[in-house]
Design a protein around this ligand. Structure first.
Ligand SMILES: [Zn+2]
Length: 465
């Protein structure tokens, strides 16, 4: 009887003590599995996803979960399908991008607050995108979707479309790769909920690999830097070739490609295949460049080689040492010096980049050559800047004698007038013009202290520098 009373008392006390019925553990909320991604694609504009949709169609065969992030909603450019422009066009293009990806069965699609910026200069795009804000947004999305792999545009400048916005999303994605796993970066995102502020309750996430695709014309310097995938293999899921699934998805982009899509609508299957898989379309193979991996795997192995399920520890980026410079030196500034520092800061030592650097520009027009002139000596130095230019090109300003104060790095620039590209009226399919070399030379005390070289291709049309 006494023992029974004791048992009763225990039950009574258990009911009174908060948390004492711990054998029935209450589950704490965990990450929402509906948003877990294996692949995060980071591109700039609606329709840029077409650069990777043939690979995404293959990845869907492999049951990969895919998230896509656009940097802008695509409010600039002309509208082939209607009268809407600017912000209204952005509203339309957001839906077109979502519809395109929905065709493939991809619904986890997000947009950063970047604004279309039509130049070749990544720094102009990053400035116009509110770099800090869009980086915070992308780090949040990495922590929300926890991707194994990120695919994005190659951060670099090349002869080609060379769109600053494409480069900007490659820069942001690389930064997010290195930052999302760091609990001290945007720590409010990874704080647990408190009463005063609605913290986000995300967790740090280290992405395992990052791969790039270039929007450059030449392919030679990207070959062998990562895996290649045929666009012509047939999908197990749909029974169609991957390029055909990509084209079906692309049909949503009426405001950007109505005339192209209308032409395709008049063609038979053989003509469609010829057009869609031509040089200007999806080609034979799609090449990727391995940026970095924190889980090993070979350079040209499959994108998922070396990846196993589960989180990996935060991997702080290894910073390469600063290059040695003489006391007096000159180098290209602007995006060129930025990318040299960027590759070093993010451990992207194997990232291909043309040497000498290159750019395609519209002619007639102008070329601006940004320069850093460094003086590490203890006295002011007189520097003479001269330019060696192709015939018909003229230096507008920026050459002559300049003084750089002691222990100072000065920004300068040489501006060059560009003629129209050479006409080849006899040739029906004109060959691509060969880039021409421009050399800026700096001299001090009668000695050459350095040269900055640039290869420039003149075109009838190119994005502004
Ligand atoms: Zn684009």
């Amino acid at each position: 009887m006494l023992r029974f009373a004791g048992a009763l008392l225990t039950v009574f006390l258990t009911a009174l003590l908060p948390g004492a019925n711990a054998q029935e553990a209450k589950p704490l909320p965990h990450e929402d599995e509906r948003y877990k991604a294996d692949i995060m694609v980071v591109v700039a504009h609606p329709d840029d996803e077409a650069a990777v949709t043939p690979y995404l169609a293959r990845a869907l065969d492999e049951h990969r979960r895919i998230a896509v992030v656009f940097g802008t909603r695509g409010g600039s450019g002309s509208n082939e399908a209607g009268a809407e422009q600017a912000a209204a066009l952005g509203d339309v293009r957001e839906i077109e991008a979502r519809s395109a990806l929905e065709t493939l069965g991809i619904n986890n699609v997000w947009f950063l607050s970047g604004k279309d910026t039509a130049t070749q200069d990544v720094l102009v795009s990053l400035g116009n995108w509110d770099h800090g804000e869009t980086l915070e947004q992308l780090v949040r999305l990495v922590r929300l979707t926890r991707p194994e792999v990120v695919l994005t545009f190659l951060p670099g400048t090349f002869i080609g479309e060379d769109h600053g916005d494409h480069q900007a999303c490659g820069v942001l994605a690389t930064e997010a790769f290195d930052l999302a796993g760091d609990p001290t970066v945007f720590p409010e995102q990874v704080a647990g909920p408190v009463k005063r502020l609605p913290f986000e309750n995300l967790r740090p996430w280290q992405v395992k690999k990052i791969y790039y695709f270039p929007d450059a014309d030449r392919e030679d310097i990207f070959r062998g830097k990562g895996p290649s995938y045929s666009v012509k293999e047939v999908s197990k899921l749909s029974g169609k070739p991957y390029w055909r699934m990509a084209l079906d998805a692309f049909r949503a982009h009426q405001t950007q490609a109505k005339s192209y899509l209308d032409r395709i609508a008049q063609m038979d299957e053989a003509q469609i295949e010829k057009m869609a898989t031509s040089e200007d379309g999806w080609g034979e193979d799609q090449h990727y460049v391995l940026g970095k991996s924190v889980v090993g795997g070979s350079l040209s192995g499959d994108i998922f080689e070396g990846i196993t399920p589960g989180a990996v520890a935060f991997a702080r980026a290894e910073i390469a040492p600063e290059p040695a410079r003489p006391d007096l030196s000159i180098e290209l500034g602007g995006p060129w010096s930025f990318y040299a520092e960027f590759r070093r800061a993010h451990g992207l030592t194997n990232l291909p980049h043309p040497e000498p650097p290159e750019i395609a520009l519209q002619g007639p027009g102008s070329l601006v050559i940004p320069l850093w002139i460094r003086n590490r000596t203890a006295k002011a130095q007189e520097i003479t800047i001269s330019a060696t230019l192709p015939a018909g090109w003229t230096a507008e300003n920026g050459t002559g004698k300049f003084t750089v104060a002691a222990k100072q790095t000065a920004a300068s620039r040489v501006e060059v007038n560009l003629p129209a590209p050479a006409e080849k009226p006899s040739d029906k399919t004109p060959k691509k013009a060969e880039p021409q070399e421009v050399t800026v030379r700096a001299e001090a005390n009668g000695q050459v202290i350095g040269e900055a070289k640039l290869r420039v291709e003149l075109r009838k049309r190119a994005l502004p520098q």
